[in-house]
Structure formats: structure tokens, C-alpha cells
Design a protein around this ligand. Structure first.
Ligand code: ZN
Length: 338
């Protein structure tokens, strides 16, 4: 449903007694018209359109003697729809009484050389849809030139081409049949759906983030556990290495009556001769995936430090021969010049 400007919007004169309403049983469609004044001066502003409509009304009523401006509705390039006689009232525009009974009349406020704007086309589609609601049998959309006996150039080549393309045909765009309220409802629906979708995406993303964080935490735990185990193993090895061997402690006067060092309860179970306590690492099979530990062997490379022998060159410095006073070594004397 198009919003129509009332007759008062263009300062219409009251009509004289006219033909009355269209009879739905006779209606076949709508005819498209233009002013056809031959002028190329655009009629775009609301004021200009209103003024032009008043002029055409005066011409039709005063010069032609008709009851009112001839058309039912006017549509301008800004997409405004103007109430002239109204869609239900029979027009005087089509060229014969029969044609006026069979066709409605829509005036395009289009001058010579102009193409109809998309705003004009959209509104015309809406007007045609409204016309069809009142007259379901009136499905045809024709240029005035296609029906007028004797011919006419109306509504001009641009509008004729637009009609042929279906630019004025409703349902080519679904929103044509919507009322403004329905359009708003659709917009709200789309907006709500978009919001819901954005929320869903956000939720999925944060869920994945949580999973990544969990996996990371697990990895870190495994890594720490393994590191801890390695540290513990190393510490144990150190302890074992410093542990006094039973045979090595002759100084220890073992007094059978004296309980063996009660302070250290771990001491008694010494019997294991193997100094390498690595076996107590049962956790290793649990974390075989960790390639991180194998890298530790990399540390052995540190022996590479021997490279520092670069320092050995220093011996070349004369400083070493501190006892240059001894004549045995005369060479150092010149070097101190540094
Ligand atoms: Zn015409």
C-alpha cells in the first residue's frame, strides 16, 4: 500500500460532477501516461509537481470541460504518489468512454528525454499493486499508445521501454505488495535474525577458544609433569651419588644397639647397588609424546664451551712474563710500549 499525498497537497480544486467509480467487472488493467508537453524542463520538486498538477487540472476542467484532472494518480521522479481522481474513480484520460471504463490511468511526471527513476518505478509498482487489490481482473499494464484509437506518443519512449521491461510490474520485487507496517516488520525480522546469527557465531568462536585454552593447559601440565619428573630424577641421582656406600664407611662405627640415624628414614633401604635411580620414572610412558625432553640431551653440547680457548691467546701478552727483570728474556721489553 503506497502512501498517497492527498489532493490538498497540490491545492486541487473540487471536481465537478464526474463519471463515478470504476466497475470491477469491466476493468482490464491500467494505462500509463505522461504529460507529453514537449518540454524538457524537469518537474522534480514537490512545489513544482504541485504547481504542474494545478495547471493540468485547470486545462482539463476549463479548456476541455472535464469534471477534474483526467488521471487517477500521479507519480513523480522522487517516488511521490499524488491523489488525483483516486484509483477507484473512472478516469478521463484514455481516449474513449470504453477505454476509461476498462483501464485506470497513472500519470508519470516525466518530461521529454527523461528516464524514469528507480524511485518512480518502485512507487508505480506499488500503485499498480494497489489498483489490482481493488480490481483483481485489471492485471494489464499498457502504455496509453497501445490502446488509444488514432494513436498517441504517450507515455513517451522511455516509459514504453520501462513497461516492456516489466519495470512497473508488481511482484518483480516482493516488497511492492507490502504495507509500510509489513515492510517494517520484515526489516525487524531480518535485523533480529542477523543479531541472532552474530550471537551464534560469537558463541561458537568462544567455545572453540575455550577448547584451545583447555588443550593448551593440558599440554602445559604434561610438560610440567615431565619436567618435574626429570628434575626429580636428576635430584635423586645426585642424592644417590653422594650417598655413602655401605662398604665405604669404615669410620662409621655401627652400633647394633644404636638405631641407624633416625633422622634420615630413607637410609635403611640402601641395598640397591645401582646408583642410577632412573627406573623410578613410571610416568614416562604416560608422556611419550613429549619431544621436549629428548631435547635436553642438547645440553651436553655445552661442552662446546671449550671454544673459549680463544683466551689462550692471552698468554701471548707480555703480562705473563712478570719477571721480565730477568735478562734471560729480552723480548718482552719492546712490547710493553703498548
Ligand atoms: Zn496519455
Amino acid at each position: 500500500m503506497v502512501d498517497y499525498l492527498p489532493r490538498s497537497a497540490w491545492g486541487a480544486r473540487a471536481p465537478s460532477s464526474g463519471p463515478g467509480r470504476l466497475l470491477a467487472s469491466r476493468v482490464r488493467g491500467v494505462a500509463i501516461h505522461w504529460p507529453g508537453t514537449g518540454s524538457t524542463r524537469p518537474i522534480h520538486t514537490r512545489t513544482a509537481v504541485a504547481s504542474a498538477l494545478r495547471g493540468w487540472q485547470a486545462f482539463h476542467m476549463d479548456d476541455r470541460g472535464w469534471s477534474d484532472i483526467a488521471y487517477q494518480v500521479a507519480v513523480d521522479q522522487a517516488g511521490r504518489a499524488w491523489t488525483l481522481r483516486g484509483l477507484r474513480t473512472q478516469s478521463g484520460a484514455n481516449g474513449s468512454l470504453t477505454l476509461n471504463q476498462q483501464y485506470g490511468a497513472i500519470l508519470l511526471v516525466l518530461v521529454t528525454g527523461e528516464q524514469p527513476t528507480s524511485a518512480m518505478k518502485a512507487t508505480v509498482r506499488g500503485v499498480v499493486a494497489d489498483f489490482r487489490r481493488s480490481f483483481p481482473g485489471g492485471t494489464r499494464i499498457v502504455p496509453h499508445s497501445a490502446i488509444r484509437p488514432g494513436g498517441t506518443d504517450c507515455p513517451g519512449p522511455a516509459a514504453r521501454a520501462a513497461i516492456a521491461r516489466g519495470d512497473f510490474t508488481p511482484n518483480s520485487s516482493p516488497e511492492d505488495d507490502m504495507t509500510p507496517a509489513q515492510m517494517q516488520e520484515l526489516k525487524n525480522f531480518i535485523e533480529a535474525r542477523n543479531k541472532a546469527y552474530a550471537l551464534w557465531v560469537h558463541k561458537m568462536l568462544s567455545r572453540q577458544l575455550v577448547q584451545v585454552a583447555k588443550a593448551y593447559t593440558t599440554d602445559m601440565k604434561n610438560f610440567e609433569r615431565q619436567t618435574d619428573a626429570a628434575d626429580a630424577a636428576r635430584a635423586a641421582a645426585a642424592v644417590w651419588a653422594t650417598q655413602p656406600r655401605p662398604g665405604q664407611e669404615p669410620s662409621d662405627p655401627i652400633d647394633p644397639n644404636d638405631p641407624v640415624d633416625p633422622v634420615d628414614p630413607t637410609e635403611p633401604p640402601l641395598p640397591d647397588e645401582d646408583p642410577i635411580p632412573f627406573p623410578p620414572l613410571p610416568e614416562e610412558p604416560a608422556t611419550p609424546e613429549e619431544p621436549g625432553t629428548p631435547e635436553e640431551p642438547g645440553t651436553p653440547e655445552e661442552p662446546g664451551i671449550p671454544e673459549e680457548p680463544g683466551a689462550p691467546e692471552e698468554p701471548g701478552t707480555p703480562e705473563q712474563p712478570v719477571d721480565l727483570e730477568e735478562p734471560a728474556n729480552p723480548e718482552p721489553t719492546p712490547q710493553p710500549e703498548k
